[in-house]
Every structure is written in structure tokens, then in C-alpha cells.
Design a protein around this ligand. Structure first.
Ligand SMILES: Cc1cc2nc3c(=O)[nH]c(=O)nc-3n(C[C@H](O)[C@H](O)[C@H](O)COP(=O)(O)OP(=O)(O)OC[C@H]3O[C@@H](n4cnc5c(N)ncnc54)[C@H](O)[C@@H]3O)c2cc1C
Length: 562
């Protein structure tokens, strides 16, 4: 417990009268930290902290890398928290104990009473706050605006994949369109280079030809598993897989998550998720993903990006128990007692002439936010009438000259949420074309027009700069073991749907999210009969972990991965 006498020895409280110090001491929390413990992490809601003993280090996430600022150590007598409290923001930095520490923590009300009742305290706090805000200003001016420079053409597929990957990982980049921004290309770039060129942290040229994986490696992102054996391998880094990673690691399991591209899945491409519990103003998919990735990492889940799982086989583990061998592209293999499949769905292909030839050259599946600079002042078409098409239309309408939503049915009412229909109605540059189908897409190097037919009437050709296809999605599960039970559309069956099948080999009833292969679970959109929503994916991913625990407990004498 903190005493008034201890507070008197701290400069900020010297000026207070004894009864005020008594009052404060009675309400202060006595926080004790060991070296390595966090006092507060960036992004959390701050209290007001006064350091009584010990030293703390300051760190901050700077464009995806945690940077330590050793020049700004906190020690006995310092205080922290006035900036976020007074600005009403989450903490801008993290503080971690370097030595044993003792800290008096005051909640917001006590802090506000302090600055209201004591002019001297208030003046000291304001002076410190001004000093710190000055540092923030200096930091902003000195920090480069991006970590990656990409020089390439708008229609170069590798260049687009790299931009999408960086955007989904929230790594700031600068993209120079070599066709239109020739004068801005750095002179050190070889003049005869044909494909895209990528420089990381102003110094490292990614080897030619740059690929998503090479860029990920240059940025220090993990692309290789570090262990041979895991308690659970999660395949897919969308909401379901990320939830499984967070819950699994937080509950002590040794977790590997493998994602073929960047974490986030379909949700990561959503410009605004408005129906996820706890975010009344909505949250963009990449922000939700960034938080989940950070959370999974903090709990110790291992995540490898840009790696695709191409094969899974049943096997006997060295201890004699059942398990799985999971093979990544390139042939790397890991083993695990359990697997959670959370591979979601892939965009359904548009059946129209010329589409395959122009994919990535004006015709795009999905609606990555990275496309916003490419549609400024352009005529954009969106095929599809679901929520994803509605979100894409809203997002691109702030950049494009016109956005036309092409739908086969009578309108959006049957397929889109009412809140989105309302938002679209308020946008003057969005038009809806019901009963319309795309017949063909045209262009030499890139899309320049599309041909559509309405109610089966004569086809009409119009200028089009971009066509985003969002006509639903299918499960891509051909690569999974033949024995794994799927429905006629490729979605994976679980629980009750497999319990009576001869292919269920277990002596017990399968767990709710267990497939017909014992210890092989499935969560999220790829599961037969799942509700295709972020929240249900998150729910199923976390539930799958509870079943993994129950499954492992059936076999408890055998060792888990360390
Ligand atoms: C544009 C858009 C907007 C949306 N908006 C909303 C919304 O506002 N609210 C809402 O509730 N829902 C929304 N949804 C639906 C929601 O995003 C999905 O239901 C949810 O993302 C499903 O999560 P999931 O983890 O099951 O699969 P996914 O999100 O599809 O993630 C699957 C992941 O697995 C990876 N993967 C696939 N195969 C492999 C493999 N072999 N090896 C390694 N990795 C692999 C993929 O790359 C992907 O990252 C939206 C969907 C889209 C497309």
C-alpha cells in the first residue's frame, strides 16, 4: 500500500497539503513490476502513473517494427499518462520495466481532481505534456512516411500482389508508377530493369524479380516455421484462423498458423465492418487484422506468411499417437497432433469473354483498398449485389468519377444489408443496373471497355477503367485428403454431419467442429453450413481450440509439443 509519506518524496506531490496527499495515497494502486513486465502497451487505455522506484524503457511500433527509445527512460519521480488522458486517445507508446519497479497508479477521476484542485500540479503536468507533444511533432517530422518503395507499372501482377500484401500487413509503402511518374524514379535504379523494383528501409534492394515472399523476408516477417512439431497447426489467417491462434496460444498450446498470403482473409479486404461486436463506429478489416495479429504474437503464436499448405497426411507420431504431417509449398513439413482448417473461400469466377486475359489488368476479383489510387477520376464497374459489393462501391465512390453496380437480379434488396443500401442511395456517383450481365470485357494491354446485356436485350459496350468482380465465393478444397468428408460444393463437413458416416473412424461422437478425421477440425467459411460472418468465424476459431483441448485430453499421457 502506498503511503502519504511516500508520495511526499515525489516532486509532483511535494506542493500538496498533507490531507490531499492522504486522500491520493488511499486511492492509489500499488503496482509492482519485475524486469520485462509491461506497465502499459501502445494502444491501451492509460491511467496516470507516478514512478516511485525503478526504471522503465519506452518503445513504439514504427511501421510494423517495435523500436526502443533508450534516450527516454522513465525513473523514480517521473510520471506518465497525462497525454493520452487529456487528449482522450489510447497510449501512443509502451512502457516496460527494466529493473524492479514500484509505481503509483491513479485512475482518470483522481488525475482530473489533481489538476483541478492544485494549480502547481496542473502547471507541472501541462509543462511536461507540452514537452512530450513537442517530441511527438519532432518524431513525426523525422520518421519516413513509408518503409517500402515500389517502382512498377499499374498492370504488373507481381507489383499489384506486393502492394496488396503490404497494405494488408499495414506496412506503409510508396508506389511509383513507372509509366506516369518517370521523373520521380530514383536515379540509382538500373535503367534497363523491366519488371518491378522494390527497396526496403531505403537500403535493401529486394533481389530480382521481387516476389511477395522476398519482400516479406526483407521486412523481417516470418516465412518459415521454427519448430518441427506443434500442438496445433492452423491453416488460414482469416478471422477464424486468427481467433484459433489467439485462443490456442493464450491457453498454452504450441500453435503454428500458416497463411498463403497476408493475414486477414476476406475480412482484411473489407473497408468497414460495421456489425462486429464492440465497434459501434465500425472497424476496417485491416485494422481488425492488425490487432488480432499483434494479440496472437503477444501470446506466442507462431505465424508464417506467404506459405501455402498443399498437403496434409495422417501419420503416427513418434510417441505412437495419431497426428498429421502438414506440407507447405516448397516441401517444408511440420507435424502436429491436431489441425484446424480455416481456409475460407475464394472468389467465384466471372463467366464472360476476355476475363482471364485481363485479370490484374483492369479486371479484379475482390476489391483491395490498394486499388484506390488507380481508380481516381475513372469509370468503375462492380459486378455483384452482396454486402462486399456494396462496401466496395461505397469505398471506391470517394475516388472514382462513377461507380456502376451490375446485378443479375431485380436489385439489391434481397442480397445486401439495409444499412448499405441506404448509404449507396446517398451517393450521387453510384448507379445500380439491375437485370444486367457482363457479356465480355475488352482491351489490348488492359481493360478499356465492357459489354453488358440488360434483360437479354442487345449487348451494349461502354468505356470501363476497372471491373471489380464480387459475385460470391466457393470453397477451394480439392487439395485436401480424399478421405476428408466434403459436401457437393466442397465445404468441409463436421460434427453431426459426419457422426453417422462410415468414414468416421472414431469410437466416440465427433466434437462439434471435428471433421470425419479425428483431431482434424474445421472453422469459419470453409465449413459446411457455417454462417459467413466475421463474428461467427471468430467464434468458431475459438471454439475449435476448446475442442482441441478436449481431444488432447483424451490422449493426455502422451507428450505435447514443448
Ligand atoms: C469485401 C468483404 C466484406 C465483408 N464484410 C463483412 C462485414 O462487414 N461483416 C461480416 O460479418 N462479414 C463480412 N464479410 C465476410 C467475412 O469477411 C468472412 O465471413 C470471414 O472473413 C470468413 O473468415 P474465415 O477465417 O473463415 O475465412 P477467410 O476470411 O476467407 O480467410 C481464409 C484465409 O485462409 C488463407 N488460405 C486459404 N487456403 C490456404 C492454404 N492452402 N494455405 C494457407 N492459407 C490458406 C486465405 O489466404 C485467407 O487468408 C466480408 C467479406 C468480404 C469479401
Amino acid at each position: 500500500m502506498i503511503t502519504a509519506e511516500e508520495l511526499r518524496q515525489v516532486q509532483i506531490f511535494e506542493c500538496l497539503a498533507e490531507p490531499e496527499r492522504q486522500r491520493l495515497a488511499q486511492k492509489a494502486a500499488d503496482v509492482r513490476l519485475s524486469p520485462g513486465d509491461w506497465l502499459i502497451r501502445e494502444g491501451e487505455t492509460s491511467s496516470f502513473y507516478v514512478i516511485l522506484e525503478g526504471r522503465l524503457g519506452l518503445s513504439k511500433d514504427v511501421m510494423g517494427r517495435v523500436q526502443e527509445f533508450t534516450q527516454f527512460e522513465y525513473k523514480g519521480g517521473d510520471f506518465f499518462g497525462e497525454v493520452p488522458i487529456l487528449l482522450g486517445t489510447p497510449s501512443l507508446v509502451s512502457l516496460k520495466a527494466i529493473t524492479e519497479c514500484r509505481i503509483a497508479r491513479f485512475d482518470r477521476q483522481q488525475f482530473q481532481a489533481l489538476i483541478r484542485d492544485s494549480e502547481k500540479c496542473s502547471a507541472m503536468i501541462m509543462q511536461k505534456m507540452n514537452e512530450r507533444l513537442g517530441r511527438v511533432q519532432q518524431f513525426a517530422a523525422e520518421t519516413p512516411a513509408s518503409r517500402v518503395l515500389i517502382v512498377g507499372s499499374q498492370y504488373d501482377l507481381d507489383c499489384r500482389d506486393i502492394r496488396t500484401f503490404l497494405s494488408m500487413n499495414r506496412i506503409p509503402y510508396e508506389w511509383l508508377d513507372r509509366d506516369n511518374e518517370f521523373d520521380r524514379i530514383p536515379t540509382c535504379m538500373p535503367a534497363n530493369l523491366q519488371g518491378p523494383a522494390v527497396v526496403v528501409d531505403r537500403a535493401f534492394w529486394v533481389p530480382q524479380p521481387p516476389t511477395v515472399r522476398k519482400v516479406a523476408e526483407a521486412l523481417g516477417l516470418r516465412t518459415m516455421p521454427t519448430k518441427q512439431h506443434y500442438d496445433v497447426v492452423v491453416i488460414g489467417g482469416g478471422p477464424a484462423g486468427l481467433a484459433a491462434a489467439v485462443y490456442g496460444a493464450s491457453e498454452g498450446l504450441c500453435v503454428l498458423l500458416v497463411e498463403r498470403n497476408a493475414a486477414g482473409g476476406q475480412a482484411g479486404t473489407s473497408s468497414r465492418i460495421e456489425n462486429y461486436l464492440g465497434f459501434p463506429n465500425g472497424i476496417s478489416g485491416d485494422e481488425l487484422t492488425e490487432r488480432a495479429v499483434r494479440q496472437a504474437g503477444q501470446f506466442g503464436a507462431e505465424m508464417v506468411l506467404t506459405r501455402e499448405v498443399g498437403n496434409i497426411e495422417s501419420m503416427s507420431m513418434p510417441d505412437g499417437g495419431p497426428g498429421y504431417c502438414v506440407e507447405l509449398d516448397g516441401g517444408d513439413r511440420v507435424t502436429s497432433k491436431t489441425v484446424i482448417l480455416a481456409t475460407g473461400v475464394d472468389w467465384r469466377r466471372l463467366e464472360a469473354n476476355g476475363v482471364d486475359r485481363l485479370i490484374g489488368r483492369g479486371v479484379l476479383y475482390g476489391a483491395a483498398r490498394t486499388e484506390s489510387p488507380t481508380v481516381i477520376g475513372k469509370d468503375v464497374f462492380i459486378v455483384g449485389g452482396g454486402n462486399s459489393a456494396g462496401q466496395a462501391a461505397m469505398f471506391f465512390s470517394s475516388y472514382a468519377k462513377s461507380v456502376t453496380i451490375v446485378v443479375r437480379g431485380a436489385g439489391l434488396e434481397l442480397s445486401m444489408s439495409q444499412y448499405l443500401i441506404g448509404q449507396i442511395a446517398g451517393k450521387k456517383n453510384i448507379t445500380i443496373e439491375p437485370f444486367t450481365q457482363v457479356v465480355s470485357v475488352n482491351g489490348e494491354d488492359h481493360l478499356d471497355s465492357i459489354c453488358t446485356t440488360t434483360r437479354g436485350e442487345a449487348p451494349r459496350t461502354r468505356k470501363a477503367d476497372a471491373l471489380f468482380v464480387l459475385i460470391g465465393a466457393d470453397a477451394s478444397t480439392d487439395w485436401l485428403p480424399n478421405d476428408l468428408q466434403r459436401d457437393e460444393r466442397g465445404y468441409v463437413c463436421t460434427g453431426r454431419d459426419v457422426s453417422d458416416l462410415p468414414s468416421w473412424k472414431g469410437q466416440r461422437t465427433p466434437f462439434l467442429l471435428e471433421t470425419n478425421m479425428p483431431g482434424f477440425f474445421c472453422a469459419g467459411d470453409v465449413r459446411h453450413d457455417s454462417i459467413k460472418r466475421v463474428s461467427s468465424g471468430v467464434g468458431e476459431g475459438s471454439m475449435a481450440i476448446a475442442f482441441v483441448h478436449q481431444y488432447l485430453a483424451l490422449d493426455s499421457p502422451r507428450l505435447r509439443a514443448n
